[in-house]
Design a protein around this ligand. Sequence first.
Ligand code: WTA
Length: 692
Amino acid sequence: MSDIYEPPEGLKASAHIHAMQDYRNRYAESIGDPAKFWGEIAKGFHWQTTPTADKFLTYNFDIRKGPIAIKWMEDGVTNICYNCLDRHLPQKGSQIAFYWEGNDLEDEKTITYSELHREVCKFANVLKRNGVKKGDCVAVYMPMIPELIISMLACSRIGAVHSIVFGGYSAESLAARIIDGGIRTLVTADGVWRGNKLIHSLEVVDQAMAIAKKAGHPIEKNVVVRHLIRLHHGNGSASEKEAYEKILASSWNNERDSWWEDEMKEASEQCDVEWMQAEDPSFILYTSGSTGKPKGVLHTVAGYMLFAATTFKFTFDFRPDDVYWCTADIGWITGHTYVTYGPLLNGATSVLFEGTPFYPSNDRFWQVIQKYKVSKFYTAPTAIRALMKFGEDFVDKYDLSSLKVLGTVGEPINPEAWLWYHKYVGNSKAAIVDTYWQTETGGHVLTPLPGCTPTKPGSACFPFFGVIPVILDEEGKELEGPAEGYIAFKKPWPGIMRTVFGDHKRFEQIYFSRFPGYYMTGDGAKRDADGYIWITGRIDDMLNCSGTYCFDFLQLTPQTKMPLMHPGHLMSTAQVESALVEHSNVVEAAVVSCPHPVKGECLYCYVTPMEGVHIDASMAKELRILVREKIAPFASPDYIQEAIHLPKTRSGKIMRRILRQIAANDPDLGDTSTMADSTIIPSLQEGRRKVV
Ligand code: WTA
């Protein structure tokens, strides 16, 4: 039984929801009468036409009864940009919407709600002048700068569908998204510094446009933000400047490319909003490529708006005097929902951060929190683990006493990291919210609420309002009480995706076909005796581990005389990872299943040791003992490989698919374009020969 952490007293007293009973009551209302529950919430927004109760929700979640369809507030008419900006102007025009903190320490600026509104109107007019109309899809490929948010909102304002492509993606990835979305208009920047590294986006974008053109999808308009401040102010090195000029000269095409600032010069500050039907498309976002070919997840206007705003309000217990900071890039769903839409819909003041946690030094996060007196902070387990490495001294130097809520998202957080985050970043006084959700869910679906939920390190706790989680076995039977299996959802909540862009069949097939009647997340989970839910990782990362322990009880099936691996144990590799990182000399671990001639599947562990440490036979023995003790003998790792670096997506998710292929000695690693640094592959392949 793990420890329970009660909500901090200070928060509890003033929180929107400050008692579990209150949460339970409201949850029951949200499930019992969704139209009433969300109808009340909808009253806080501006509607050109208010949605009626009888059309509030219509859906079919059961593929056997017909096509999957989800419609919320179908007859409502609204606009998400209007609700993010115009609605707040009377009271909050001069309030800061974003503190922008650039890559370099001296790069900073603020943008108020009225300034943001003005820029959005102007850029919306630029888009219109360039022929963008309601329903057209616009791709945006940019670093974390205010113009990215301005572009998104300008699209929303005029009813264009935005497709944000993470600014670190390669030309091929960008081209694939241009082609899939039928994009004719692009918004980009000339480049960006990531730490000390200068990235010439101009070149990447030009290559992407060339690939797309060849495939019959020419870009007609590319509006480019002149962002390389250091260079333009004459502060870059001569060689950087020379390289830039060369790229500019070779890539620039006057017919197609124009500078943002030139376009904005003549643009009017008046721009009426385009009133949208609730179920009109709002944006497409391709899911991260840790598995297979990216899919364009489509979200619609009103349901997403309600869900983004409501989850933001309750999960972070939003208060008007908060300074909120989500470190995610807007190129991911976390950035869409919890950098742009959720905070703006609530009229919040946020930090928008362009840099990395490690530049100019490893304490940048803590420095920024101190600088802006951040009260709500949201980041990923991978960042926490990376920063833990540098020790507590890096955190202790800063005054982080403003922090009240600390969020995590993106991967299961191992209790080690949770406890470190709680103790050293939150000074044991902030609530931790481990938020589980997906690009597809639009917003948090499982999360503690900071003022009421007693938390257990590593558990995403309970469902958000309107969400009904179930744990299913292999046959799709709902498991009651403590159980482990596949996590699925029973009914739609407002923020759920509506389709895969251009491929509704794929949508039905991926999410609704294996367990008819449920939305399948693709993740595994377990429920403990207190009803807490623990996400155990992607289903691909689950394995039926028979291990040495089960092997002792090996049975032969009467029909086939083959070894019967059930009763194997359906377990997740995340549990093993979590045990491994408890070793004081381990920084990070990734565990995958690997084919085994006798057992069927076995456990293959990649372990990153602390600097200066090597995994020898005695450390491997300690690691195995640790796993046996923490989990069970059957989980004892079969192979342990030292890995100085783990392959990660650009959003920081460990690419276990690659690790599985390396473990299986499969030379074809498939698509590695979404990998942050593919140069580490040879050393991983090499390391395979030195397993202990
Ligand atoms: C994983 C990110 C455990 C999960 C918002 C999910 C998590 C995938 C958590 C979606 C969490 C996200 N605990 N696992 N708190 N949050 N995941 O689409 O496997 O980039 O299916 O959305 O991340 O990743 P995506």
